[in-house]
Ligand binder design. Sequence first.
Ligand SMILES: [Zn+2]
Length: 247
Amino acid sequence: MPLAPVLFALALMVGLESQALPVPVDRGPATEKAVAFTVNVVWGTEHVLPIARAFHDRHQKATFMLGGLWAKNHVSEVRSLQAMGMEIGSHGYSHRHVGSLDMAGNLEEIDRAQEAIKGASGTTPTLYAPAYGELSPTVLKAATGRHLTVVMWSIDTIDWRPWHTPDIIRSRVLGRLTPGAFILIHPTDRTAEAIGPLLDALSERGFRATTVSDLLAKGPSSSLKTRPSSRKLDQVEYVAIASRRFL
Ligand SMILES: [Zn+2]
């Protein structure tokens, strides 16, 4: 059998394979002064509703990415989030390192979370924030197989670091602020303290805070898609992205 056509076919298959990989979204379109906070929730329960209230009191919204196990154990909090108009997404079921899991493991994390969050909220999430921000072709394929949009971030407050004071959290956001930004936060005591004044500072700059879905409805966007080097996302790039390991 001639080798060249076989190699060509293989290259084509590999090429098609990498092009078929879904691209995570990490920001909305830059068409208006709006941002979306994503709140990853698997701990910090006592700070979840105070943070939601800071948004609600100012007629703003956020997207809460809930761990399935957390949602199952905190149904009344989930209902309160919904009552305040917050969007609910999935942060997987039990916060495992999904980048190291195979397809079956990834699907299990996704499916159990969908079931638990639907049980608590009555709705099935369409957004998925992988635990630790870990990405791999398997993570993305598993999510896409379940019709979920994988959500990353364009501004990280790194608010889980004990030394990140409310001032640091605030200046990280304001210093990196762009229209359409997705801003990653967690329910920490410092974030609970920072969020109200931060939303006021955003308002002063003409920015409103809304949900991820609200921004994506105006046209999905991703820095990963527009970087020339990422036209074909490959394993190397996913590893590079996944090395930004956060909670
Ligand atoms: Zn997390």
